[in-house]
Write a protein that binds this ligand. Sequence first.
Ligand SMILES: *Cc1c(COP(=O)(O)O)cnc(C)c1O
Length: 380
Amino acid sequence: MKLRLATPGPTEVPQRLLLAGAREIIHHRSTEMEQLIHEISGALPPLFGTSSPVYTIASSGTGAMEAAVAGCFSAGDEVLVVSNGYFGERFQAICTSYGLVVHVVESDWGTSADPERVAAAYREHPEIKGAFVVYSETSTGALNDVEAIGRIFRDTDVVVVVDAISGLLVHPLEMDAWGLDVVLAASHKGFMLPPGLAFVALSDKAWTAVERSTGPNYYWSFKRLRQFYPMSSSSPAVSLLLALHESLKMLDEEGMEAFRRRHAVLGKAAERGLLKLGFSTFVQAPNRRSHVITSALAPEGIDTGQLLKTLSTSYGVTMTGGQAHLKGKLIRVGHVGAADALDLSGIFGALEMALLDLGHTFTPGSGVGEIIRTFHEEGR
Ligand SMILES: *Cc1c(COP(=O)(O)O)cnc(C)c1O
């Protein structure tokens, strides 16, 4: 059975990138690798909207989240965590485990954080040293207004840490112009790569925090990363760097505008398709929907756990459902990275077949029809 990923990370990796990483391992101190790493370090900052270096580390996205907490803060520091989903909760958990004192600005899953409430929380806790926010909250499909949140802390000492792990590339992000201090990303989302690399960019304000931090660290110490930049102090993930080099070429060939437009159309098509099949919208505000995934609540009588199981065992398609209290209720169709109109049509074909297997009634082809219609209208 052919396997297909419709998950918001890991994503389908184009053959061109798989092959780029499949060659013999070259030594990380070789001239060829030095050249490659210089090209990578030149290409990454513009994608973050920064003139600061972007550090590449060998880890999943969570490693970058932890590096930011450990590297910029110390036990006892007060911080704000903006939380409206699973990854906001993860920031909270990491901060707590490093002994930070966490004030949470919580909002319902599926909604976006209200910047006004973040500003109010800051007035209530003026001692905070950092503010953590997730750009595209992949657990729900909601997009947070990190530009507005950045503005609140712009002329303060508060370090704004943004988990842009799924949101980077898919949505605009201007780190310097928006006053964001630590921006995190990872290889297995918009970069279309296998999991294993994460990226961290730090502003001057963030560096001041790094200097102040007393927390112990070594492997992901930002000072150490800076000392060896753009090379690394220990063996990098060579195969993934080879693939990253190629991914940056692919992104450049497509152009960021076209890349974003493709994701916007994928989101629109998926939303229409799901509605047609009897699902209902989960993220209500249309301008606050992430284009990384499309989430929707299942029709009456359909358990998404069962649906996802049928999809994977009978059709080889992996999609994700809801986490925590949304388990069994929510479906999340991932279309980040290299996904196109034909991928989405195929995924929806499988979704319809699985729904028929579960006894759901609808006109077969109607969901796929919405995908085709949307791409026809919007242009592929
Ligand atoms: C994927 C993702 C992460 C990191 O998850 P890992 O499994 O550690 O790579 C963190 N935050 C968001 C918003 C994500 O989408």
